[in-house]
Design a protein around this ligand. Sequence first.
Ligand code: HEM
Ligand code: HEM
Length: 123
Amino acid sequence: MRGIAHYFMLAAVISVVLGMIWGLQMAISGDHTMLPAHAHLNLVGWVTLALFAIYYHLVPAAGEGLLARVHLVVAIVGVIVMVPGIAVAHSGGPEIAAAVGSLITFASMLIFLATVVLQGRQS
Ligand code: HEM
Ligand code: HEM
């Protein structure tokens, strides 16, 4: 796995390593308050980023342009803003980071939709 696919997979694996440590911490402590943040670090971080990695690996032409690099940055920033944002919101703090992070994550998925449509037309 090379190029953009490699970076998506690297970000995905870092997410799941952190997500599993968080899960273990929750399980050992018995405090599951952070369940939604843990869940979304694993699901938006590990599962979604790994699916992007597999797509870019299977469709190398999709990973060559500027759009794929923008997608990588937007997807990673989305996880970095959204997950701590959910943690803060579930600790009783402001919801703004969770909201902004969610919108960035949604923007990343719209970029992916555009990529899939464009690649479908070209193939
Ligand atoms: C070492 C690995 C992991 C540990 C120890 C762990 C631990 C936990 C714990 C303690 C909870 C709270 C359960 C509850 O209160 O009902 C939880 C919830 C959850 N975890 Fe993990 N987790 C791990 C890995 C993962 C992975 C890899 C994923 C996704 C790919 C994941 C997805 C979820 C989800 C979606 C929930 C919420 C479930 C619900 O809504 O009932 N976890 N996890
Ligand atoms: C912009 C993206 C997303 C937003 C704004 C979002 C929002 C939410 C919200 C508000 C909840 C309820 C949390 C609660 O009851 O405290 C939730 C739960 C859940 N979401 Fe998401 N979600 C997003 C992406 C995803 C994705 C991509 C997946 C799976 C691949 C996913 C899987 C789940 C699961 C399994 C639950 C139940 C576990 C939990 O309560 O955290 N979500 N989501």
